[in-house]
Design a protein around this ligand. Structure first.
Ligand code: NAD
Length: 360
C-alpha cells in the first residue's frame, strides 16, 4: 500500500458523506489503505469517551486523516471532539478555500477566496469557568483586584489567549500558502480596535510577518464586522484571509454561503507534517440516515488530501469529475437543484456514483 489514511466517519450525516468520499477517492486509483475509527456519539456509547486514544494514535502514525463532522453538544455535554483533535495533533492551520462552482446557484459569481483560520488558540482553547463555581469566584476576585473594570459575580468566563508564537506561525502559513499558490494578497482580519491585547497582538505580528513578503505578496487588514459587510458587497476585494480562531469559524460559513452553501465547502486542518481533512459543515442531524445530503464538501476535502499527498493528477481528475457532475445538474442532491423539493434530486450515494462514472 502506498498510503495509510485514518478515516473517521463521524456523526449524523458523517458516515454517508465519508463513504461517498472514500468511494470517489478510491475510484482515482490511488493506492490507499484505510484505518477506520469511530469518534463522537457512538464512541461515547461504546467506549465511554467521544475521542478514544487510539484515534489520535492512528492519525499521529499515519500523518494523514479524513473525517466526517462530529456532533458537539450545545452549552453542556462533552467538549468538541473536532477541537480536541486539532489541539491533540497541533493542527494549527485551518485551510478553507471558497471557490464558485459552475452550475451552483448563488447571487455571487467568480468567488475565489481562501480562509486561513488559526486553529489552536483564542476562545476555542476551551479555558472556561462556569457561573457559580468556586474557581470562577476566585478568578473574578483576582481580576477585580487587578483591573479597574469590575466583573459581575454571577458571570461565566471564557478565556481568549492569543500569543506571538501562535499568531506568527499562522500568518507565516498564510503567506507561504499565498506564495505557493500564486495568490496576490493576504488580509488580516481582526477586532483590534476593541481587543487591543489579543487581536491587537495578532495584527502587530501579522504586520511584522508581512514585511518579510513585501514586494511579493500584498498585505492589508480589516476589522471583522467590516469584513463581513465587504464580503457580501465586494468579495473581489479579498484573496487570502488570515483570522484568529473564532472569526475564522464564522467567516468560513459566510464564505460557504457566498459560493452556494455548506454542501460544497471543503477544508483541511494542517500541522507540521500532519493533516486532517474535513468538510466545513457539521453533522446536520435532521438529515441523518436519509442518504440525502450533498457529499461534495467531503469529496473536495478528499481532493485537498490527494493534493497534500502529492497525487496531483488524481486530485485534478476527481475535482473535474465533481465539477462536471454539478455543471450537468442532473445527478446532484436537493440543495443543488433550483427547486429544493425537486423529486429528481439524486441521493448522496447516487451523486457519488455519477462522479465515479466520470472518473472512469
Ligand atoms: P450543520 O453544518 O450541521 O448544518 C446546518 C445546515 O446546513 C443543515 O441543516 C443543512 O441544511 C445544511 N447542510 C450542512 N451540510 C450539508 C450537506 N452536506 N448537504 C446539504 N446541506 C447541508 O450545522 P449545525 O446544525 O449548526 O451543526 C450540527 C452539529 O454539527 C453540531 O453538533 C455542531 O457542533 C457540529 N459541527 C461539527 C463540525 C465538525 O465536525 N467539524 C463543524 C460544524 C458543526
Amino acid at each position: 500500500m502506498k498510503y495509510t489514511v485514518t478515516l473517521i466517519p463521524g456523526d449524523g450525516i458523517g458516515p454517508e458523506v465519508s463513504l461517498a468520499a472514500k468511494r470517489c477517492i478510491e475510484a482515482t486509483g490511488v493506492d490507499i489503505k484505510w484505518e477506520e475509527f469511530i469518534a463522537g456519539e457512538e464512541a461515547l456509547k461504546k467506549f465511554g469517551t467521544p475521542l478514544p486514544e487510539n484515534v489520535i494514535e492512528s492519525v499521529k502514525k499515519n500523518k494523514v486523516a479524513i473525517k466526517g463532522p462530529i456532533v458537539t453538544p450545545v452549552g453542556t455535554g462533552f467538549r468538541s471532539v473536532n477541537v480536541q483533535l486539532r489541539h491533540a495533533l497541533d493542527l494549527y492551520a485551518c485551510l478553507r478555500p471558497a471557490k464558485s462552482i459552475e452550475g451552483v446557484s448563488s447571487p455571487f459569481k467568480n468567488i475565489d477566496l481562501v480562509i486561513v483560520r488559526e486553529n489552536s488558540e483564542d476562545l476555542y482553547m476551551g479555558i472556561e469557568f462556569p457561573e457559580g463555581a468556586m474557581e470562577t469566584h476566585h478568578l473574578i476576585d483576582a481580576i477585580n483586584t487587578l483591573s479597574p473594570k469590575k466583573i459581575r459575580p454571577d458571570s461565566g468566563i471564557s478565556i481568549k489567549p492569543i500569543s506571538i508564537f501562535g499568531s506568527r506561525r499562522i500568518v507565516k502559513f498564510a503567506f507561504e500558502y499565498a506564495l505557493k499558490n500564486n495568490r496576490k494578497k493576504v488580509t488580516c482580519v481582526h477586532k483590534a480596535n476593541i481587543m487591543k491585547y489579543t487581536d491587537g497582538l495578532f495584527l502587530k505580528i501579522a504586520r511584522e510577518v508581512a514585511q518579510e513578503y513585501a514586494g511579493k505578496i500584498e498585505f492589508n487588514d480589516a476589522i471583522v464586522d467590516n469584513t463581513s459587510m465587504q464580503l457580501v458587497t465586494k468579495p473581489q476585494n479579498f484573496d487570502v484571509l488570515v483570522l484568529p480562531n473564532l472569526y475564522g469559524d464564522i467567516i468560513s460559513d459566510l464564505c460557504a454561503g457566498l459560493i452556494g452553501g455548506l454542501g460544497i465547502a471543503p477544508g483541511a486542518n494542517i500541522g507540521d507534517g500532519i493533516a486532517l481533512f474535513e468538510p466545513v459543515h457539521g453533522s446536520a442531524p435532521k438529515y441523518t440516515g436519509q442518504n440525502k445530503v450533498n457529499p461534495t464538501a467531503t469529496i473536495l476535502s478528499g481532493v485537498m488530501m490527494l493534493e497534500y499527498l502529492g497525487e496531483l493528477k488524481a486530485a485534478k481528475k476527481l475535482e473535474q469529475a465533481v465539477k462536471d457532475v454539478i455543471k450537468e445538474g442532473k445527478s446532484v442532491t436537493y440543495d443543488l437543484k433550483k427547486d429544493r423539493n425537486d423529486p429528481s434530486a439524486a441521493t448522496t450515494s447516487a451523486m457519488a456514483d455519477a462522479i465515479i462514472e466520470k472518473i472512469k
